[in-house]
Write a protein that binds this ligand. Structure first.
Ligand SMILES: [Zn+2]
Length: 164
């Protein structure tokens, strides 16, 4: 599936030659900057590293074709999800902490930490829901339907950075 892609040496990334938006399956991508760029990491030395002109890459970026409308939806659903999850976890935690610990320096620090963790955990789920409600694929689901990315993941590449 690599034949559908061209390697951009300046940005060290694979850019799609196919312009059909992966996320809505309808519109055409007008600008390469609207792409959803996904990073993949080689898990170990034995993973088939991509060798391009004798340079080995352990991390590569692949563009998933996306139209400008889907890009807007992805950005707005993500920021909406961030704010809503921050609001929800703040509301819940302030209430719980005040109830159990009262108002003191400890509960403020603990509360702020908890609000942050709650928001981080909740945001991806909300983003997913909001994005599906708009009738398009989420960034991750779209990436997973991409054949090139799928093949790389099957051969041992990972969406998450391996810890050293
Ligand atoms: Zn689209």
């Amino acid at each position: 599936m690599i034949e559908n892609y061209t390697f951009n040496e300046t940005h060290t990334r694979f850019e799609p030659l196919n312009n059909k938006c992966t996320y809505c399956g309808e519109a055409e991508m007008k600008s390469i900057d609207d792409c959803c760029f996904v990073s993949l990491y080689a898990i170990n030395d034995r993973t088939n590293l991509i060798v391009y002109r004798s340079v080995k890459y352990a991390a590569i970026t692949i563009g998933v074709p996306r139209c400008s409308s889907c890009k807007k939806i992805h950005i707005s659903t993500q920021s909406k999800a961030n704010w809503v999850s921050l609001g929800i976890s703040a509301f819940v935690l302030v209430f719980i902490i005040y109830l159990f610990f009262g108002f003191n320096p400890f509960s403020i620090v603990f509360g702020l930490f908890g609000i942050f963790i709650g928001a981080v955990l909740l945001a991806p789920k909300l983003t997913e829901t909001y994005t599906s409600n708009q009738g398009i694929y989420t960034m991750k689901d779209g990436a997973e339907t991409n054949q090139f990315i799928h093949d790389l993941v099957m051969s041992g590449w990972s969406f998450t950075k391996p810890s050293a």
